[in-house]
Design a protein around this ligand. Structure first.
Ligand SMILES: [Zn+2]
Length: 163
């Protein structure tokens, strides 16, 4: 049965251990803010919310400003390019967790016009050449579906100078 939960206690090496499988199927409404953000991605646009009080632009957008707790309703489109703030390289594949095969990198990218970073995959990149501060550009998938992976990944932009 799809929703069956199994649970068993066994003695193993002198210890009682739980062994089981817990399945948690769910349906979760994306909500007003995330729905609009995803609808934007489907149009290959990255949308954020600007705080009317402190002017911070949140991407991905949030309903409430994390700095001053104002309600946010002022939608803005930000750039599809930005700065890699930090990253981590994943060396193992886990299909239930990661959408691509290892090795690959996740980065936090602050898009032009945004004040917060979005976590995403980095692609078309020499992993050993990644550096915080480098510029990246969003690569949208060919047939967007209205979800976070409509941006397939961010790729490094060739820079004119190497300063
Ligand atoms: Zn604010």
């Amino acid at each position: 049965m799809e929703n069956e939960t199994t649970f068993e206690i066994q003695e193993k090496d002198g210890l009682l251990v739980h062994q089981g499988v817990i399945r948690v199927p769910y349906t979760w409404a994306a909500g007003e803010v995330a729905s609009r953000f995803y609808a934007g991605l489907r149009e290959k646009k990255v949308l954020g919310l600007r705080c009317p009080a402190c002017k911070v632009v949140l991407v991905p957008p949030k309903k409430v400003c994390h700095r001053c707790f104002s309600d946010l309703t002022d939608w803005v489109e930000v750039g599809d390019e930005g700065v890699l703030q930090t990253f981590t390289v994943v060396h193992y594949s886990e299909p239930d967790l990661h959408p691509v095969e290892a090795p690959f990198a996740y980065g936090i990218i602050k898009l032009d016009g945004a004040d917060t970073g979005m976590t995403h995959l980095i692609g078309e990149a020499d992993i050993k050449g990644l550096k915080a501060g480098m510029r990246l550009k969003a690569v949208f998938r060919h047939q967007p579906q209205g979800n976070y992976l409509d941006i397939a990944y961010f790729k490094p932009i060739e820079e004119a100078n190497h300063g």
